[in-house]
Design a protein around this ligand. Sequence first.
Ligand SMILES: N[C@@H](CCC(=O)N[C@@H](CS)C(=O)NCC(=O)O)C(=O)O
Length: 214
Amino acid sequence: MIDLYTWKTPNGRKPAIALEELQLDYVAHPVDIGRDEQFLPGFVAISPNSKIPAIVDRDTGVTLFESGAILQYLAEKTGQLLPTGGAPRYTTLQWLHWQIGGVGPMFGQLGFFANRAAERIPLAVNRYLTESRRLLDVLEQRLAHSKYVGSDDYSIADIAIYPWVVAVMAGNPTLLGDARASRPSMDRWMSELAQRPAVIKGMNVLQDDASAGT
Ligand SMILES: N[C@@H](CCC(=O)N[C@@H](CS)C(=O)NCC(=O)O)C(=O)O
């Protein structure tokens, strides 16, 4: 049994999708970051950086924060969703790290400066908008040549990237326009992932929770 500490955000949805794909037993515990629950001592003991998601695997005693590490752990625990060796393994990890180091921070900062900052700072909005568009173009180019992002097999790289692409488009419709229409390979990939039962369930993690999502 795995305890998943999470919230209704792109990073929070990633391990939920993986747990559903891998059909692992888990319990999702809400950590409402809108109410600063990520700073409560009980959660900080699990996730010292005060960010969701985090997991505790009751079977192995492993406790982890950082969604990329969690995804890799779940893949290696089960021998699925990550090629076991050779170039496909490292290419998949490369794209996983691309999400963690690039897509998440850039899309996240665009969301903040375009939609939530008390002060409108055009330089910041333009900076993160330009970078977000560029990252979407990188994804389009990758998917024009590869069925999935990591390799020709669906993997934790797809699981890491998909919730962020959904979120950046939903959160910035005016700034990004119809981002899918001009990126047909990304559009094909998104349509396919959106139909996977595990993706549907993971994207809806905690939706029965009474609190509002983000
Ligand atoms: N690199 C981290 C990022 C985690 C992260 O930024 N989580 C956000 C929610 S999507 C969070 O917990 N925010 C609360 C805060 O910043 O106080 C990961 O991939 O797990």
